[in-house]
Design a protein around this ligand. Sequence first.
Ligand code: MN
Length: 709
Amino acid sequence: MPTSLKENKIGIFMLLLIIAYGFSIAVKMIWVYQFQETPEFYWNNALMINTNDGYYYAEGARDTLSGSHQQNDLSPVDTPLSQLTALLAYILPFSFETIILWMPALFGSLIVVPVLLISRVLKQERAGFIAALLAGITVSYYNRTMVGYYDTDMLTVVLPALVLWSLIFNLQEQKNRFLLLIPVLIIAYSWWYGQSYSLNLAMAVTVLLYTLIFERHNLFNYKILVFMLIALSIFPWYYKLVAALALFLAFHYIQKANSREFVFGLLGAAILLVLLTGGLSPVLYQIKGYILREGYGEGVETLKLHFFSVNQTVREAGQIPFETFANRISGHTVTFLFSLVGYILLTMRYRVMLLALPMLGLGFIAMQGGLRFTVYAVPVMALGMGYFLLYVSELLSRLVFPKASEHLKRLFLVLAIFAVLYPNISHVIDYRVPTVFTTQEVEILDKLGTIADREDYVVTWWDFGYPIRYYSDVKTLVDGGKHTGKVNFPVSFALTHPPAESANMARMDVEYTERSFKERFSSNIIEAMKDYNATDINSFIAALGSKDFTPPQATRNIYFYLPMRMMNIFPTVALFSNIDLTSGQQKERSFFYASTGFKDAGAMLHLGNGVALEKEKGIITIGEQKIPLAKFITVEYDNSGTLVKQVQKIHHEGALNIIYMRSYNQFLLLDDKMLNSLYIQLFVLEEYDPDLFEAVILDPHAKVFKLKI
Ligand code: MN
């Protein structure tokens, strides 16, 4: 059916490659175009990144460039992405901000390379070209490689797709001279992405099965396996590279090395090597974590303490509906189904495409294990789509319009390609992701960086951990990767309890966290209880609020970073410490409701969601319930930016309070516990004991307080 390019020359291939790559970049420019005139998304004259995790790698790159970082500051200077970024920032004339902004799109769009290379092996470059246009911008792939999505995703699909190409290429060519591509690419992929092992191993198993079923007597295929296994072994990459190179030279120059006995001997040795060095355990570990969803890596239980599990709030690892799944992989359900048919047709004609099954399978695991895997299926399904369109266009011209001109076939292809790309481009246009922070927030963090020492801690919710470490170069207790129930508990406690208790908890947790890097405590709280001779956790925690409690000796400064951005997640923040640590039972939840869509209707003030205030009587109605209002507090900034407060006491026995944050156009309805919490007292009301706290930055977007104990 579909045929190869008439001119199968390298020049045309390069041209297709450049067009497909340019197309992917051009589509990714849409986001830049949409926000280029949004000044609050800029920092250092570049748009800021739009993924929180990116700040983790940015911190590592910054520290790699500067050549040093603080002990235990969790800076990932050893990660490949940080190192690659540092290298690029060192040699290129662009700003660091510009580099991290563009890297994801420039590297991610390289997916067109393996897609076109695979199609070239099959002599299906035209299908490959269609596939390349699609692969770079398909919904899930776009989301993970868009401009500003600075994360390891930029190469986590490109590299295994290149490995896949090297396998298909070698199986097709059957020539010693190309064998070295396999270990080099597998080693590069393993270096880039630590969890690559399962996919690599699955590809090796697929090569083995493929060989046993179809080409049992083909000695060359066993050589492929030997090279794969060498690359998969646990030894450092340079040893593996040297071993692969030596073996490659042996195959090339020594005739005897190509004998059956030698190859099978090598294969046996390589299999034993991988198995004996724990070759299967990483796979079992991942299966356990992702498929069975056994909260892996999460220390839910420490000794006798029960913490709140993050899994209880994270929704990513859930089952997803088929339509979402199909849209993610192909942009549209119809495209998805045709792509699947195309892949089957492609595999029927080119058996070697069976090698793509592990990548396809990993993408399909998303049905069970969460959306993050869909990207793996994208290049394979795109190839399926490209082949499907050419296949159908051939069918049409042969069966339906046998006499019709070549033009009709071309017209069909152009229209079909447009139809396939359209839902994806339309997604790109609608996907107006904001930057993680705004310029005003970054200005605050930048200023904090000049005030705080690099050894100082900033206490805030984990969502802000990475960006704060990047912009302020300080230490944090929790961040985007360190937020188990155990480490979240003290932070949640410190943000949601009265300032005096919170101050002691923050000091205690910072000092024990720093000690724990050396002494390796299983839990800071348990360790503190030992030092304070406490036996009961509940009374120990209660004692934090008393005047007699002496916090540990301060070894550094602690700052609280309290952003307006935390308002909407404040109830979630509270969940992590609103728990009885001995039983794991949630305590009665505090009442906290932040309303922005309010309406003043004379006698009634409507706060949305069926919540209203009867102004005359001072009664809150929530649905059918009527609750007397205790306090009505109004806060606003005057012309000089100073916070002005007005407190009206309404009912002595009132159970709920209203705070009207006039400058923010926001109402808060909250119980006494939330009203007395550190976040509300310090951020909203600027109410604090000057013996405990010192205001360092008072900006409406975020406030920073220094702990004075
Ligand atoms: Mn640091």
